[in-house]
Structure formats: structure tokens, C-alpha cells
Design a protein around this ligand. Structure first.
Ligand code: F6P
Length: 483
């Protein structure tokens, strides 16, 4: 590891730290740190998910959001001047190419991401990348420290920033620091394939609260701490490890169901929807929307759809599978490979089954605005969401929320998506079995209206229970509570 650079980041950090006193009650300001920050325009709807939840919290309480600007800087990494957007202050960091390569493209997305998604065989670990990851975590810590006041509460997001609390603690911060992991946390044996697993776990234990999407994720982390880090269970879902007490909790991220339904309703007014309707006519529609990522199980899903067409000859010509897959992380090798493979598969299936007036697969390599996607979800008879592993999968929840309760579509959902812990009335499938997914597709397309309504109502109850605001409020309440 590049000790000098990390050391330099830390000593800068020490110099810039305010005097820290014991954290008081719930009065502190909120500082959010995440790799990406959402573009903020007052009064405009946000991109959804994390962005919407975090932004609402910041708007209500007022506060600061720190993250990567999305830009690569010529020369060294550097902080942009702080900007004020309504009650929210934004502080972004431009990353120099070597920092971006080692931190984002390297350790975070070529080593940690595959391991967290149970794909150790795809992980490409290098010590230099890990040093870069720590270095950039140190830079984020420096940015936080420069603004930190004694009562501030810091809410960190995701796998890019496991090392942030450790850097802040080393500099003397005793503030309440919490991290929410949006991805799965794998079984200990899988996590241990990362050569720096112990260092990462030690860093995580510098937080006061670690939030997970599901109980199996939380338990996997607890198992690791108990069995591999010599830790102990303490009262209140807390763990004692590496000389600290850290609380853990389960906070399934949710959606704003009412807003989604509103966006989904004006089917006729949307130009893109009119084009879709004109081109598919009365055809039954199966929809999938995913970032182009191997964890999403796209190749396996294409195969399952092919099995469905083989097994249900009478459906040919009257069903369309629409796969929307905007490219993602395309400068990482494994992501380039998946794109090539999927283009080949879509072409092969279409070549095999297409007729003059029917194309079975529509594969679109681009993204759509939420205002367009939600009406598409409402029109689709089936939402096909079959990741091989996923922290939560908000598309599954958005598909359910977008449905007309009087005539809802059916969700076919992977048992390995975090959402499956809540959406038990979906048709749950194992994405490793293409025949099972094909059968679920046929079951979904032939399901009675009564059964569709019943399943949809049950899933809506779950969505309302774990709304986006409940996720945010519960995490912040637990983080803010006195220890
Ligand atoms: O699932 C984890 C996550 O950080 C999501 O919050 C987000 O949708 C996605 O990964 C973003 O990927 P990237 O920032 O690499 O484009």
C-alpha cells in the first residue's frame, strides 16, 4: 500500500479537524457522503432511490452532501468550491485519473463489487488499487473534516467508502458515523477471498452503525465478525470487535409509491409510450430494466425467455420482451464483455424466432427518464426482475408501485434480490434455472385477475410499510440515538 500518500492525506486531515467534544443528542447537522451526488434542481423530481431519500433528508434538516463530481481532473484530485442549492450544501471532489482508476474502476468495482455479489471468480485484486481506494477515502475524510462540527452526524453510503470512518477516527473525530450498505454482504467464506478482508472489517467497525438491506446480509457480517474477527455479540444488535462496539441494523430501502403511481398514470400523454403502444399493439409485454451489470443476470434471463418461447409455441407472435439496459462502468473489462455477449444473444434469439411482423426481443442499450419508465411499467403485463444477487433492487418495487391496482401486472422476482425478503407475493424464482423462470413467465401471463389483484395488494402493503422515508428516518433515528 502507498503508505506515504495515505499518511499525507491523514496528516492533512489531522490539521484540518475541528476540536471534537462528546457528541450530544439529536441536534447535530447532517452530513451525507456518497460516491455520487444527485444533480439537484429545486422543485424538480429527482432520479429516485438513494438520491430521493437522501435529498429529502437534507432538505428537511438542512445539511451538506459530499461526493465525487463525476469528473476527472487534469493534474491532481481536488475539491470544488461548495455550492448552495436551497437548504442543501453540495461539496464535490474531482478525481485525478490515477485516483479514479485505482479507487473506482479498480478496487471498488473490480474487486469489492464482485465479491459482495458472490462473484469472487471475477474479482481482480491489486495492492496498488487498494492503496488508491484508501487514499481516496482519506480525501473524502479530509473534505468531511474541514466542515465537521462536534455534534454533526455523518451518514456514509455504500461500498466505495468502507475506509472513511477509520480515517476520521484516526484524526480524532468522535462524531456519530453511520454507513448504509446498498449492496449485499456475502457469506464469510466469500468475503474472505478478498486479501484485505480483515482490514476492511476493521475499518467498518470504526462506524457506530452499519445498516444492511436485509437480515441475511446483517447476519453474514455478524458471522464474519464472530468467527473470523474474534468478536462478541452485545445487547441491542451490537457487536464488540477490534476494540469497539458497533451497532448493526436492517433498513430495507423503499420507494415513494404514491409518486410513482402518479408518474405512471398519464399513459396517453407520453410520446414515448404512444410509440411503444403503436409498435406492439395488443401484444403482451414483459419488461426488464437494469444497469448493464453481470450481477443483474441478463444473459441467464435471455436464455430463460428463449426456453419460454420454445415451450409455449402459441405465445409466439403475441408477446414482446423489452429489455432496457443502459451501459454502466464500461471502462471495466468484465462489463465490456457482458455487453458483447448480450448483443450476440439478443441477435441469436431474434434470428431464431422473428417473423416479418414480430420481433420477440427488444434490447435497448440506453436509459429512459422515470417519467417515461413508470408508464411503461404500468403497461407491462410482467415485470421480470431476475438478478443473480442484488442488495435490494428498486426496479422490482417501482414496477409494483406503478401498477393500476384494478388490473395489475405480475412481478417475477429472483429469490436472490433483497426485495424478495419483502415482496413474498411475487412469483419468486431461482435465476440459475431457466426452465423455472420460463414457467413463471407462463404462470404470470395466464394468471387470473383476482389472483393478480390479491398478490399486488399484498406487495403494496409491504411497500407502504418500508417506504423511502421510513428507511431514512429509521436509519437516522438509530444513528442519532444516544449510545
Ligand atoms: O447498488 C449499488 C450502487 O451504488 C447503486 O446505489 C447505484 O445504482 C449503482 O451502484 C451505481 O453504480 P455506478 O455509480 O458505478 O454507476
Amino acid at each position: 500500500m502507498d503508505e506515504t500518500m495515505f499518511g499525507r492525506a491523514l496528516s492533512e486531515l489531522r490539521g484540518s479537524m475541528p476540536r471534537i467534544t462528546a457528541a450530544s443528542a439529536e441536534s447535530g447537522r447532517l452530513i451525507v457522503v456518497s460516491n455520487r451526488v444527485a444533480p439537484i434542481e429545486e422543485g424538480q423530481p429527482t432520479a429516485g432511490g438513494l438520491a430521493a431519500g437522501v435529498l429529502d433528508a437534507l432538505r428537511e434538516k438542512g445539511g451538506l452532501w459530499i461526493g465525487w463530481s463525476g469528473d476527472i481532473a487534469d493534474g491532481g484530485s481536488r475539491l470544488q468550491p461548495e455550492r448552495q442549492k436551497g437548504r442543501v450544501r453540495l461539496q464535490t471532489l474531482d478525481l485525478a485519473q490515477p485516483d479514479y482508476d485505482a479507487y473506482y474502476r479498480g478496487f471498488a468495482n473490480s474487486a469489492l463489487w464482485p465479491v459482495l455479489h458472490y462473484r469472487s471468480a471475477l474479482a481482480r485484486f491489486s495492492r496498488a488499487d487498494y492503496a488508491g481506494y484508501q487514499r481516496v477515502n482519506g480525501m473524502f475524510a479530509t473534505a468531511v473534516a474541514a466542515k465537521l462540527e462536534p455534534d454533526d452526524v455523518v451518514w456514509v453510503h455504500d461500498y466505495h467508502l468502507f475506509g472513511l470512518a477509520a480515517a476520521l477516527r484516526e484524526a480524532g473525530a468522535s462524531n456519530r458515523l453511520g454507513i448504509f450498505l446498498h449492496t449485499p454482504f456475502p457469506a464469510p467464506a466469500v468475503f474472505m477471498t478478498l486479501p484485505v478482508h480483515s482490514d476492511l472489517a476493521r475499518s467498518l467497525c470504526q462506524y457506530d452503525l452499519i445498516g444492511f438491506q436485509t437480515e441475511p446480509d446483517r447476519r453474514a457480517f455478524e458471522d464474519y465478525i464472530l468467527r473470523e474477527a474474534d468478536g462478541h455479540i452485545m445487547p441491542g444488535r451490537a457487536l464488540m470487535a477490534f476494540g469497539r462496539v458497533v451497532r448493526t441494523g436492517v433498513y430495507p430501502i423503499g420507494v415513494q409509491a404514491e409518486e410513482i403511481r402518479r408518474q405512471a398514470e398519464p399513459l396517453a400523454d407520453c410520446a414515448q409510450m404512444s410509440r411503444l403502444r403503436a409498435s406492439i399493439g395488443a401484444s403482451r409485454l414483459i419488461i426488464s430494466v437494469d444497469r448493464l451489470d453481470y450481477s443483474k443476470g441478463l444473459a441467464e434471463r435471455f436464455l430463460a425467455y428463449e426456453r419460454f418461447l420454445e415451450a409455449n409455441e402459441e405465445r409466439r407472435g403475441s408477446v414482446t420482451f423489452l429489455q432496457i439496459a443502459p451501459p454502466s462502468r464500461s471502462d471495466v473489462e468484465s462489463y465490456r464483455e457482458i455487453r458483447v455477449g448480450l448483443e450476440r444473444e439478443a441477435g441469436r434469439i431474434n434470428g431464431r424466432f422473428s417473423e416479418l411482423d414480430w420481433t420477440p426481443v427488444r434490447y435497448l442499450n440506453k436509459g429512459f427518464a422515470r417519467q417515461t419508465l413508470m408508464p411503461m411499467f404500468a403497461r407491462a403485463d410482467v415485470g421480470l426482475v431476475t438478478p443473480m444477487r442484488d442488495g435490494m433492487n428498486l426496479v422490482a418495487k417501482e414496477y409494483v408501485a406503478a401498477q393500476d391496482p384494478r388490473d395489475p401486472g405480475v412481478l417475477v422476482l429472483s429469490q436472490f434480490a433483497g426485495a424478495a425478503c419483502e415482496l413474498k407475493s411475487a412469483l419468486l424464482v431461482n435465476p440459475h434455472d431457466p426452465d423455472e423462470v420460463a414457467e413463471a413467465l407462463e404462470q404470470a401471463l395466464s394468471m387470473s385477475l383476482d389472483e393478480r389483484r390479491e398478490r399486488h395488494a399484498e406487495m403494496m402493503t409491504a411497500l407502504r410499510r418500508n417506504s423511502l422515508s421510513a428507511w431514512r428516518d429509521r436509519f437516522l433515528a438509530d444513528l442519532g440515538a444516544r449510545r
